[in-house]
Ligand binder design. Sequence first.
Ligand code: FAD
Length: 547
Amino acid sequence: MTSSTRTVPGSLDLRDRSRAFADLDRETFDVVVIGGGITGAGIARDAALRGLRVALVEARDIASGTSSRSSKMIHGGLRYLAQGDVGLVREAASERQVLRRIAPHLTRLSPFVMPGSRSMIAKVRAGLVAFERLGKVPRDERHRTLDATELLELEPTLAADRFSSGVVYPEFLTNDARLTVANIRSAVASGATVLTHAAATRITVGGNGRADGVEVAGTLPGEQLTARARTRLVVNAAGPWVDAVRALEAPDEPARLALTKGIHVVVPHRRLPVRDTVITLGPDKRPVFAVAAGPVTYLGTTDTFYTEPDEWPRIDASDVQYLFDAMARTFNGPPISPDDVVSLWSGVRPLIAPSEGSDAAPSELSRRDETWVGPAGVVSVAGGKLTAYRTMAERIVDDLVSDLGTGSLRCRTADVPLIGGDTDVGGLTEDLGGSLGEDAARLVQLWGSDASSIADDGGDVAAEVRFAVCHEGALRLEDVWIRRTARSWFTLEPVGTDLDVAAATMAGLLGWTPERQAAEVAACHTIHHDARRCLDELPEGAPAPVA
Ligand code: FAD
């Protein structure tokens, strides 16, 4: 059986672009969502599951903004405790249990090990005890303190002489882009219309002064297609671009966002062989981490103000050096150096700007979400975290339902599994392991139950690409490389032969000319090499650790 003959729920095939634009033009929707990151995807799924007529338009690809650039953690919310935000702690702690239920493939439990001095660990413990009580953390998932010997048993790469104790507690790791794709496909399964690579260019306003439509224009190379989606309500979920989309409604309104940049550095796992996740402190005492992810370990993250909502925020040598310094203080062996770096990624957090005159540091800005209703009734949403996207969507859709006057329609997103989530992850991995060996675990972690379709189709790179194009709306090589198959940052050879195989498969499926195929490959190389450029400014070989 191939992926095209098995029934695929929530299948999204956007290759017939004229038809996709016509679909948007034809209907009048209850809600049009602008932005296909986790915020927009979560809102679209919730609204569609409640029976509303929903359209979602995305300027580039699903999760192409911040929602593929996060640290990929489903936080319990410990850090919000330090900010005194008890509500966020409760929400984050309970949300990770919900996500584990509806998307077991996208919630990988990982022990987080934090080494430190006795006094520091005593402080962290006090926070953890409060967090576990507030978050109703099950007994078998509570923290454990460690002496120096236990610490090294768990993470042998730690610099033994520098830490007298530690603590270990469980958190979840996810794949942010795949979580977003799963939400989008779940929305499609409930009847939503989704169009990607189509930017909202204008919000139209009816005689009553209310927004009544969104005009979109295709953004694929050489594309001239446009459409107008008529609607009763518009939601602006454009992440770092929320202010730009607000300007389509009201050009003179003041900006509401503050952006902060975070980067991640990927090194071979053998170079920093952490067993799970190690949390340590950066030179400025912010928490930073090293996460084991198959063949690589990723290090993150930074938090610095950034002015422009760039698609690929610039990575500076100082960002990388900051992480190198933190790792050099924490681990044994020769410090990580530019020669070790496989790849890097950066993203910006769309946070709510603090009040004028505030001197808060970037990491002190609240991670709470906020919504604003503009003069034509457009609902804009920003802030928040990947972790709590579902409850944020629930609150917003509750308001939309009340605006539409449709009576109370119950939110079902905590009960219905996400696409791919209706599976026993361990059992499926074992089943597919017979034919796919070690690749089975990767496929199941990324696709959940859909891994069976890909395995039936051969389970190789080309099969992944066919599934991504025919059922997950991928239209550019970058969509597959970064966001559907996670090959850009989680393999040792990100721009190797797999990329060429993927390009050739896509060319066949999308009718690309040889020139277009070459341009798509070149675009991925550019993303990869641009991110690495800052490494040239760092000293070669091992940098001296900062004392
Ligand atoms: P985005 O994902 O940016 O989505 C907005 C979308 O709108 C984009 O895809 C964009 O292309 C589209 N768009 C823009 N303009 C238009 C237009 N005119 N028409 C149509 N579409 C448009 N959270 C956690 O819970 N855990 C973490 O570990 C974590 N780590 C993080 C680390 C870093 C470095 C960063 C930057 C963030 C992290 N976050 C984390 C926060 C989390 O990633 C964000 O809160 C979340 O991804 C924001 O999603 P969004 O949908 O609001 O924005």
